[in-house]
Ligand binder design. Structure first.
Ligand code: GP9
Ligand code: MN
Length: 405
């Protein structure tokens, strides 16, 4: 990979026109709080189990938020770290391993860099597990974070932890004083942990009873999602009490699936869906909720993926993303003819979905001739190839260093 490869990539990803919308700049200058909702799939939203809501708080929140209900999980082996990678860099994850682990020394043009240049934002991450998990300690330096709060910054005891570490309610509670002291405006990401496989929870933390499908994993999952919902509710209350709420834009997203393929049958049972390629593709959706106090809300039906979150945030902040090196599109205007690309080369677009070598009608699942999928597959190969060139060749160093010289 060379400087001219860098120019070719740059032309493709810089060349996009910024689609105008009414929301451009609607959150200009606000603090930004991202909540990475561990293993949260979109099917839990507005879904009941035994007559009880799984996400009562989120269900209310989406009424005055932008709720994007067709956003797909595009992560690969890097799981949570892949979602962070896409949101901060607008690049695709690697096909094997995690870019956080394999490519921490690259030059990136990340969200913290852009926000600091454009509007002097301070950037921080809050995470209750070890600092070194997913090599975050190293990678966050490359991504331009000013501060990383991790396990050592929290009071973690046997009583306040479960499974992967400190439970989400004490995690948010203990984070608030740190957040209050951050320089403003800030960009802060909170990585929740409780809703992580195998979805363990003590009885005292169960706000609903388990589901009754044939898969125990799914049955437990609804209880940990419900706990997470309660934690986010307490977090919003604390934000209001601290006076930070009014001037903050909140971006909540599911980082990736929680129910892996082998347990999906249980999710299909819960949702009373037939087992088909179309249903399985639906399970790949993760919720994306953007709450800007005072702005009202709407359900946005445009399809997209996690890679589009960054462009959408920049749009709301009034920052022109076309100049900012990304494969993402502003979700308020995203063209559904542009495929949502998965790391294994499959995709979903307006009329077709492609998986396991088959081209299918995206709504009915009937098989279509592969020639219908071919134009999209060309885009798929192009984007994944360019993104890989950038990450493997560390190509952004040419562009960023060129600017500095
Ligand atoms: C731990 C959390 C979990 O830090 O990010 O990682 P995952 O297994 O979901 O990638
Ligand atoms: Mn995760």
């Amino acid at each position: 990979a060379t400087a001219s490869d860098a120019e070719a990539s740059a032309e493709y990803i810089f060349g996009k026109e910024e689609a105008p919308s009414d929301y451009f700049g609607a959150a200009k200058g606000m603090n930004i709080v991202l909540i990475s909702m561990e293993s949260t799939q979109n099917f839990v939203i507005n879904q009941k189990v035994n007559g009880k809501k799984i996400t009562p708080f989120l269900n209310d929140l989406i009424k005055d938020s932008f709720y994007f209900n067709e956003i797909y999980d595009q992560t690969a082996q890097g799981k949570t770290s892949d979602s962070e990678f896409m949101i901060d860099t607008g690049l695709y994850p690697l096909s094997s391993g995690s870019a956080f682990v394999r490519k921490p020394e690259n030059t990136y043009k990340s969200l913290p860099h852009i926000l600091s240049e454009e509007d002097h934002y301070y950037s921080a991450v809050f995470h209750g597990n070890d600092a070194s998990f997913w090599n975050r300690e190293m990678m966050y330096l490359s991504l331009g974070y000013d501060r990383y709060f991790s396990k050592a910054d929290y009071e973690v005891t046997d009583e306040n932890s479960v499974n992967y570490g400190i439970k989400d309610i004490p995690f948010f509670q203990q984070s608030i004083p740190y957040m209050e002291n951050l320089p403003k405006p800030f960009y802060a990401r909170f990585i929740t942990l409780t809703n992580h496989f195998p979805f363990l929870l003590e009885n005292q933390d169960k706000f609903i009873s388990e589901a009754e499908t044939s898969e125990m994993v799914v049955n437990r999952y609804v209880t940990t999602v419900r706990y997470q919902d309660e934690a986010i509710k307490t977090f919003f209350q604390e934000m209001k009490e601290s006076g930070l709420y009014e001037n903050t834009m909140f971006v909540l997203y599911g980082d990736h699936y929680g129910i892996s393929k082998e347990y999906e049958q249980g999710a299909l049972e819960l949702l009373k869906l037939e087992d088909s390629a179309v249903s399985r593709m639906k399970l790949k959706r993760v919720p994306l909720i953007i709450h800007v106090p005072g702005l009202g809300g709407a359900t946005v039906l445009n399809m997209g993926g996690e890679i589009d979150i960054r462009a959408t945030i920049l749009h709301l902040l009034g920052i022109h993303h076309a100049e900012n090196n990304s494969f993402g599109h502003n979700l308020f205007k995203r063209d559904s003819n542009h495929p949502v690309i998965f790391r294994d080369g499959s995709f979903i677009a307006k009329e077709y979905l492609y998986r396991g070598g088959s081209c299918l009608n995206r709504d009915t699942g009937t098989e279509a001739d592969v020639s219908f999928c071919e134009p999209y597959l060309e885009t798929v190969r192009k984007e994944l190839g360019l993104s890989d060139d950038i990450v493997h060749g560390d190509l952004l160093r040419f562009i960023e260093e060129g600017k500095r010289n």
